[in-house]
Design a protein around this ligand. Structure first.
Ligand code: PGA
Length: 252
């Protein structure tokens, strides 16, 4: 692996504060390959404990944020407050939020802008359903979801957006996307980004990760491909030793 790669641990609602702090402390001691960045995405409530366990040694992200910085939005979480807590990354538009919480791409695009405005890096999740994959409409679906989720987004300076390609049929199923299928999707996403933002900006501002049933056995086959800049890992990142095993697999 030569290019910079990312391992993002999406803990979903599965790792409470105490367990998160313990797992984070173990993650902190993992010796990473030079070009690998590890980031942890705990629940909001586990965030202070995880930050306390790792300090600035391991970057942290969150799994969502609201699109306004403050105001009368009962129950929402402010991106400005998250930035003040040292959060570096924000997952935006995960398929679980799109499908279960009714998040539209229009809402997602507002969240992308809110994260950028507050000095954080959005990790924009996109991915097709099993029906779109089998009917052959997956590429059309991906293009629309990407364009709508990035509508009106402008980038400058050191800002960056990470795209996570997560086919819905591969998430939490053990049915990971074939490496060639993933590479094909990554190339398409790269082409769309090129069309929307231009070639130079695409290289400067974007990286594209794969997510969906990534584990210690298959992670290397994705990350050794040039097109795939990293992995967004759910289940296999939520406990020890599998979190460490994934990283060890990359170092071998
Ligand atoms: P999984 O989840 O690794 O458990 O499939 C990935 C994700 O939803 O980000």
């Amino acid at each position: 692996m030569q290019h910079k790669k990312y391992y993002f641990a999406n803990w979903k609602m599965n790792v409470p504060a105490e367990a998160g702090a313990a797992l984070a402390a173990q993650a902190k001691d993992i010796v990473l390959p030079d070009n690998l960045e590890l980031a942890l995405f705990p629940s909001f409530l586990a965030l202070p404990a995880v930050r306390g366990a790792v300090g600035d040694a391991v970057p942290v992200g969150v799994q969502d944020c609201f699109w306004e910085d403050k105001g009368a939005f009962t129950g929402e979480v402010s991106p400005a407050e998250l930035n003040a807590m040292g959060v570096k990354y924000v997952l935006v538009g995960h398929s679980e939020r799109r499908q279960l919480m009714g998040e539209s791409s229009e809402m997602v695009s507002r969240k992308v802008k809110a994260a950028l405005r507050n000095g954080m890096c959005p990790v924009l999740c996109i991915g097709e359903t099993a029906e779109d994959r089998s009917s052959g409409t997956w590429a059309v679906f991906l293009e629309r979801e990407l364009r709508e989720s990035l509508a009106g987004v402008e980038l400058s300076g050191t800002q960056k957006i990470i795209i996570a390609y997560e086919p819905i049929w591969a998430i939490g199923t053990g049915n990971a996307c074939g490496v060639e299928q993933a590479v094909e999707a990554h190339k398409l996403i790269g082409n769309y980004l090129h069309e929307i933002f231009g070639a130079a900006r695409k290289e400067e501002y974007f990286a594209v990760l794969y997510g969906g049933s990534v584990d210690a056995k298959n992670i290397k086959s994705y990350l050794e491909r040039e097109e795939i800049a990293g992995a967004l890992v759910g289940g296999a990142s939520q406990k020890w030793p599998s979190l460490g095993d994934c990283i060890k697999a990359l170092a071998s």
